[in-house]
Design a binder for this molecule. Structure first.
Ligand code: F0G
Length: 453
């Protein structure tokens, strides 16, 4: 018989690694997390991702008692933190000690204004796209991961874990490798893109393919991490969302704190929608903005439990069996639904759906103007176009859409769109490579064709 200690070790019920925080331990212990269900406060010096009392979702409480002036942002920070488009907003983030911060200079992403995209959406008021694909692992997840993994390091986590449709796993694998903490990743077998799988493997995470969908993988992992001391870094983790707030904070700083009419984003597990709501509430509280834009969450029609919940006036909610080509948002029972509802209510926001065809066409346009994104990201533009067409958003609205991931995240989708027919014909924007004999005259004909359109 193994000794009790060995059994406990096998079950993972070992004491957390001792964080060498020294005097900073008190700073960490002072951070408060509160359950949005039962209101119970909890200290943040242990790994806690759901309320130990009622299982509800947790919020990190940020003491924001004084006004913040734009010129104060980033003041007095060490250069490594100032270089990060997340940590430079330290005053709006949890006080994780500097010594525990794991950063890869994430954030600092571009905001593009493009008249062709505005025209596609039917907007005259302007359409900006904030490109979160310009993060170190090419998706917005890095903003949440730098805070999540820093908290994991601060509490001495010995292993970090997530379930993922591919981007969270790539990001976690990278930040865990940076921190020197082992990572365990559950992915739905055969349902994530090759690029995301490649990143996750390359960065050294232990990858487990679950014979099921994302929702099943996350449910399993939540059971595992509730029973064992593995640190869960999915967006139920309140620290992740604190980092993701900075998409909106940085966006508004780029806009000179002038609030657009709407901010549109794709919705999957609804962590980002929740984080955007928190960011806007925080900015209003510290006086950096004076009104709220509408949040517009766009789901893929085949993976859209949140949209009918919104349409029912928050009366009826039902999980769905998800189906969409936008694999990043192929989620049928979003874990952050109550937090996301709060964000939509706070901002008098909108939830809508778009078909896979609408996503693919919007993506082809975003790609074609030279910006590019992965399919799920294009739901933002497709959703705005639909809402303008339906008269829900006025054509003179000024809107920013968030592109959540890079074009190269899903090259299978690009090849599928451009090289394969839809309903027996090439798609609207299809751009098929030519094959020619290795002769100059063949190339001359191609050149003449290209010149004459
Ligand atoms: N866009 C991309 C590119 C994503 O990877 C995700 C989520 C979303 C949008 C939706 O964001 O979940 O906050 O509503 N990807 C997760 C993952 C689920 O595992 O990578 P959300």
């Amino acid at each position: 018989m193994p000794s009790g200690a060995v059994v406990e070790e096998r079950r993972g019920r070992y004491p957390s690694g001792t964080p060498s925080l020294g005097a900073d331990a008190a700073t960490l212990a002072a951070i408060r997390i509160r359950c949005m269900g039962c209101g119970t406060p909890h200290p943040a010096n242990v790994a806690v991702t759901v309320c130990p009392r009622c299982g509800g979702l947790l919020d990190v409480e940020i003491p924001l008692d004084t006004r913040i002036r734009p010129e104060e942002i980033g003041q007095g920070l060490p250069s490594a933190l100032r270089a990060s488009g997340v940590w430079r907003y330290r005053a709006l983030l949890p006080a994780i000690p500097d010594s525990a911060v794991v950063t890869r200079a994430e954030g600092n992403t571009p905001l593009y204004w493009d008249d062709r995209l505005a025209g596609y959406a039917g907007l005259t008021g302007g359409l900006g796209v904030k490109h979160e694909g310009h993060n170190p692992t090419a998706s917005f997840k890095d903003r949440g991961m730098t805070v999540g993994v820093s908290h994991a390091k601060a509490v001495g986590a010995r292993i970090v874990a997530c379930a993922s449709t591919g981007n969270t796993s790539a990001s976690l694998a990278s930040y865990a490798a940076t921190a020197g903490i082992p990572a365990l990743v559950l992915i739905p077998e055969g349902k994530i893109s090759g690029g995301k799988l490649a990143q996750t493997i390359a960065y050294g995470a232990r990858v487990v393919q679950v014979e099921g969908n994302f929702d099943q993988a996350l449910t399993l992992l939540r059971e595992l991490t509730a029973a064992y001391d593995a640190y869960l870094v999915n967006s139920v983790n309140p620290f992740r969302l604190q980092g993701q707030k900075t998409i909106v904070i940085e966006l508004l700083e780029q806009l000179g704190w002038r609030v657009p009419d709407a901010i549109a984003l794709p919705g999957g597990n609804l962590g980002n929608t929740s984080a955007f709501g928190m960011a806007l509430a925080d900015l209003l509280r510290v006086g950096l903005i004076d009104r709220l834009p509408k949040l517009v969450t766009v789901q893929a029609a085949g993976a859209a439990p949140f949209a009918p919940y919104f349409a029912s006036g928050w009366q009826t909610y039902a999980a769905v069996s998800p189906e969409t080509m936008a694999t990043a948002i192929k989620i049928g029972n979003p874990a952050s639904t109550p937090r996301a509802r709060r964000a939509i209510e706070q901002t008098e926001g909108i939830v809508t759906t778009v078909s896979d065809d609408e996503i693919e066409d919007a993506k082809a346009i975003i790609d074609r103007v030279g910006i590019g994104c992965e399919p799920a990201s294009a739901a933002s533009l497709a959703g705005v176009k639909r809402l303008v067409r339906e008269g829900v958003l006025g054509p003179d609205s000024r809107v920013v859409g968030v592109l959540t991931g890079h074009l190269l995240k899903d090259t299978e989708a690009v090849i599928g769109y451009h090289l394969r027919d839809r309903d027996g014909a090439a798609r609207g924007q299809a751009n098929r490579p030519l094959t020619v004999p290795a002769r100059l005259d063949a190339l001359e004909r191609v050149l003449a064709d290209a010149l004459h359109g």
